[in-house]
Design a protein around this ligand. Structure first.
Ligand SMILES: Cc1ncc(C[n+]2csc(CCOP(=O)(O)OP(=O)(O)O)c2C)c(N)n1
Length: 564
């Protein structure tokens, strides 16, 4: 057996130094140098990343996203040439929008068979080599370049991993020539262990100024949008809100569990009625908190808190911020709490506020309960009944991944989110939910993971490939399809713009009906559990059976026929 020390080993060693746990990949023939290095890693029983193979590029990227959403640590994604990269590009675009760090790589040949001393395979000459894959990737990645030589390869990968973690976090793409990977490599004489990116925090003066605004405020409000992606921020927000009895609202576009929904200060999603009278609004992790953006929701001051408040990937934003605290969200909130703990607080004002918002919380929760009870009517399954049943059946540490459309607002309002990292909604286009859920399961194997997905959205996913990955990598998840047999969002949007048009008048719609398959049977190829649920009376038992199946290691697909 020959021991090659080449560019493949350089890349794998860089991944080891970056403490990358997983290489998510969908195969391509440029990766034989990495596979050779991985085989040696295994034979020599050496520590290093685990190779996770997928049958589809979207899946490989999405699994990396899901894993990093839980752990915060970037992973590696290896795709094939320009074609694989294009296939995975929507996942990369989603990672960019979600500020998820990752190192994505694909390769092509530079010599194309013309080097008499290097017999590369012939498929690279023809359409496969495009001569600059990075041009495909530039618009959807934070940074995209070709590695310049075999001599810069190792440090280029290290730097890609370091850059991905820096603010704004995001996907870094490297085009690696096959020839560079096949080239001999001399490891650096003093290879370093790569430190994680430091946590950034705002200046103490800025913290003191905002703490004073908070201390003096009579009616402060917190609007949280992306804060809860980090469990430390979830805990820090609870401590700050508790200290001053500040009500917490999840922003209209919130995509994470930011604050415990059973906390007496929690006031719901997009429930902005407290904002007009607020004299101070803390906007925690805000991307697009108000709509239309021009409509300032308060006459009070607005403080935007995030390491990257102005998103370069968005074409337009108007946060109306009067102050910024720029740095890690958890760290900024903790610093505010420390400053306020040493300030003189008006206990009577804080007490009165707590009582008022506790009453408001109770009435809000009672309103939600009444909505759910009203929906339990007849034999059909109103989506609200499904959400109620999930709340009753699923354990408190369940992680929900949301890929629904018209049901999403009610889902975010009604699903219990009492633990950190119990809710995620992706960015970008449809079709990424299953992969994200599988990546989340990989990072949190002890927690139940439920994907809630519309029938239309489900069909954009690489379903068979994802079920294969669930089986092969032992990642059992619950897939609950909210099946209304249509793209309801399309119908709604059409009627919104043409309320008295031909379609609305004659109920004649294009782009709406879905004549889908028996979704519950799709898992049968893998020995998975599946059930079609059409009656309300069957729903709870069905959810329990699905949970039992996942606890026994099998993914479950529930095809729930919802009434709208
Ligand atoms: C990749 C991609 N293609 C198309 C769309 C456009 N789109 C947005 S919502 C939607 C309908 C989704 O249908 P479904 O999941 O059944 O939800 P419903 O509208 O019925 O609530 C479509 C097609 C998209 N967002 N992403």
């Amino acid at each position: 057996m020959k021991n090659y020390l080449d560019g493949g080993e350089a890349i794998l060693e860089a991944f080891r130094k970056l403490k990358i746990d997983y290489i998510m990949s969908s195969p391509g023939s440029e990766w034989s140098p990495i596979w050779e290095a991985l085989a040696r890693q295994k034979i020599e029983n050496k520590a290093g990343p685990t190779f996770v193979e997928s049958w589809h590029e979207t899946l490989a990227v999405n699994m990396a996203t899901g894993y990093t959403l839980i752990t915060g640590r970037p992973q590696a994604v290896l795709l094939h040439a320009g074609v694989g990269m294009l296939q995975g590009s929507m996942g990369v675009h989603g990672a960019m929008q979600n500020e998820v760090p990752m190192v994505v790589m694909s390769g092509e040949s530079q010599t194309l068979g013309e080097d008499p001393d290097l017999d590369i395979e012939q498929q690279w000459y023809g359409g496969l080599t495009v001569g600059g894959i990075e041009r495909f990737v530039e618009p959807v990645a934070k940074w995209a370049r070709a590695v310049t030589s075999p001599h810069t390869l190792y440090e280029s990968v290290i730097r890609a991993g370091e850059m991905a973690q820096r603010v704004p976090k995001g996907p870094i793409y490297l085009n690696v020539a096959l020839e560079h990977m096949l080239h001999d490599w001399t490891p650096p004489t003093a290879a370093r262990d790569v430190p994680p990116a430091p946590t950034l925090q705002p200046r103490q003066d800025d913290i003191a100024a905002v703490a004073e605004l908070l201390r003096a405020a009579k009616s402060p409000v917190i609007v949280a949008e992306t804060a809860g992606r980090d469990p430390k921020a979830f805990a820090a927000l609870v401590e700050l809100a508790d200290l001053l009895a500040i009500p917490v609202i999840n922003g209209r576009a919130s995509s994470y569990a930011n604050f415990p929904t059973d906390h007496p200060l929690y006031q719901g999603v997009g429930n902005y009625k407290a904002l007009p009278d607020a004299d101070l609004v803390l906007l925690v992790g805000g991307r697009a908190p108000w709509y239309p953006a021009r409509r300032r929701p308060t006459s009070g001051k607005i403080v935007a808190i995030h390491e990257n408040p102005l998103k370069g990937h968005m074409i337009y934003q108007n946060l109306h911020a009067d102050h910024y605290l720029e740095g890690d969200v958890a760290e900024s909130i903790k610093l505010l709490t420390v400053a306020l703990k040493s300030a003189k607080l008006d206990a009577a004002t804080v007490d009165a506020r707590r009582q008022r918002w506790t009453r408001e919380h109770e009435s809000y929760v009672a309103g939600l309960r009444a909505e759910r009870e009203k929906a339990r009517n007849g034999s059909l399954i109103d989506p609200l009944s499904l959400l109620g049943a999930l709340g009753e059946v699923m354990p408190a540490d369940t992680i929900y991944v949301d890929e629904t459309i018209t049901h999403s607002p009610m889902l975010r309002q009604h699903l219990p989110q009492t633990r950190p990292q119990s809710f995620f909604r992706g960015s970008g286009g449809l079709g990424q939910g299953i992969g994200t859920a599988l990546g989340i399961k990989l990072a949190a194997p002890e927690r139940p993971v439920v994907l809630l997905v519309g029938d239309g959205s489900f069909l954009y996913n690489p379903i068979i490939q994802a079920l294969g990955a669930s089986k092969r990598h032992d990642l059992p998840i619950d897939i609950v399809i909210l099946n209304n047999k249509k793209y309801e969002a399309m119908r709604k949007g059409h009627v919104h713009h043409y309320p008295d048009g031909a379609s609305a008048s004659k109920d004649l719609h294009y782009g709406v009906t879905i004549d889908g398959p028996d979704y519950e049977q799709l898992g049968s190829h893998f020995g998975f559990h599946g059930q079609r649920v059409e009656k309300l009376a069957e729903l709870k038992d069905a959810l329990q059976s699905a949970l039992a199946a996942t606890q026994a290691g099998k993914t479950a697909i529930l095809n729930v026929h919802v009434s709208h």
